[in-house]
Design a protein around this ligand. Sequence first.
Ligand code: PHE
Length: 689
Amino acid sequence: MTELLEEQRESWGTRGGFVLAAVGSAVGLGNLWRFPYELYDHGGGAFLIPYIIAVFVIGVPMLILEFSMGHFTQRAAPNAFARSHKRLEFVGWWSIILGFVIITFYAVILAYCFSFLWFSIKGIVTGGELPWAGEGLTGVENAKSFFNNTYLGKIDGPSLGNIRWNIFWPLVVTWVVMYLCIFRGVKLVGKIVWLTVPLPWLMLLILTVRGLTLEGSIEGLAYYLNPDWSELTKATTWRFAFGQAFFSLSLAFGGVMITYASFLHRKSDLNNNAAIIGLADFGTSFVAGLAVFATLGGMAFVTRQAGHPVAVQNVAEGGPALAFIAFPYALAQLPYSAWFSFVFFFALATLGIDSGFSITESVLAAITDKTGWRRCVVLPVISIVGLAIGMVYITQGGLNWLGVVGDFIDGTWGIAFLGLLECITIGWLWRVDVLRRHANERSDWKLGKWWDYLIRIFTPVILCSLFFWSLFDDLTREEGFLRSPDGDWILPNCVGLSVMILVPIAAVLVSCARGRGDLERRNSSEMNLQAKGQFGGTIALVLAGASAVLIMVLFRFAVEGRHERLLLCASLPLPAAAVIIGNHLLNRHNKSDTRASRLARWGGMLGTIDIGGFIALCLVYSTSKESEHAAHPPQEQLSTVSYVILGAVSLLIICGLGWCFYRALSAANEDAGIQHPDEVGDEEQETDA
Ligand code: PHE
């Protein structure tokens, strides 16, 4: 690794600066804008089960993987992948380009937030009237009409219509603010986040306390938390839980966590920081949901008292409607509406801005690492291109397209698929044990060998089964996926899928181009080792190949509605054997001065995918086909189970964070007496020399 230290890379000022920046990236619109309605839409309290699994069993270990990759290689995502294996650079670019696609619309939502912030300020100045205020169900219509007609000038259908200049200026403001936050490099980012992270938390706290103390808040919470267990049998629930967890932790796409960790000092904790970030992110989402639904409950109560009742389910819609229609409407029914509306949109904007610039920073670092071009040239170009592409979404039909692209990124081919690719390639083609040791050497608490298996086998199997399960779902939709039953093309899906296909193609092309930054890339020493285990590898590959064919046949049967159980039983032992053999060869040869043969790696990898396919098939056979969402029945009381859920989640967050901080503090105390020459970035160079 010495060669990596030779060059001077910028670094965060302090541990706090890094943790806050990573938390800032993780905690964003996803927490306050998406999580509450994802949970409401997918089974209330029951959604927490897949979500907690996604965050803590898959998310945090993957966060550690990304941190250690970035820290080990000292490079942004594409070069970090390239250094781990020279053919993997495209995976990094894939995530960077997808990140760029996301930032173009993320900035547009931020622009909405700035606009609504401005409306709230105007409301305060002009004596508390909000432009969307209105009573009863007509009031809800008012709020809808304000957002859809007055603000967006929305038109339906695929056409775009005119550009809305009233959104253009906030969009410019968004890009300028993001530019100003990062143009001086991560040192400044490390300082800015001391403001952009705690401030929205404070706002959220105000909203939560206010929400919970409103009369009727419990009714809102009942909608939020009362579990509907039947949702757990649906592919979409799990897919959304994983998609939301990846999105919220800024994992897999964008390469943000890899980039941020690449700016860390050599001696910086990785494991504990990842756990803190996971817990903080989950906690923020959960509390944001409490704030939103308690307030909706309060609104329902007030409107009932006033004789024009509006129930929670009348307004609780997903998507932008929650943040820009339902919640503003609810606030308008309550005292001090403009002030609280200001607090809400201020929280939303400050939550989102540091997530937004984290993606921009990651794209920027990837380009500068590859090309060696200067930040001051690349950043303005990224900002202007991002703004220009964002113009599509600020047209009259823009929100429809924003939804389409957003859904695809969440969908089958989106984030979780990229997570799968990341784990499986690093797990099988490179050496997770090296990364684990790297992380352990500098962390407050250590990972066991289980982590290797989690990254190499368990996570890919889970993500893969989810992928196939939802692919099956897409392919067997009654209304068709790319073509409707009448044979018409379904334009939004075609465009969305094209974007998802173009991204990896572009990624491969970019990774093939040679940049100046590539010149100093060295092959990892592993590549020079002699390959062993050819025979075992061949067997593994043949077994995995055979079972892949078998699973594809079964998949075809399943699409036709046939259940071939006998074949299904036969299709597990083959990939399981392939994985065991591949894994055994990998462990054996990586320890000596030989490396496992390519065949063993590919055999193991394919076997892992097959097992995922097998589980997906079992799920397809055993769960019912997706039915439309049952309407939420009116709920007045929090059930006992919901109280248990509330208690358990609070306990998890409080005890988890307490434990992490305790470990961090004891590690800091242990360190206090020891002088670490590499604690200061500049001194690092001296040590190395
Ligand atoms: N995690 C951010 C949010 O919850 C979104 C994001 C995704 C930011 C990926 C950076 C990278 O809003």
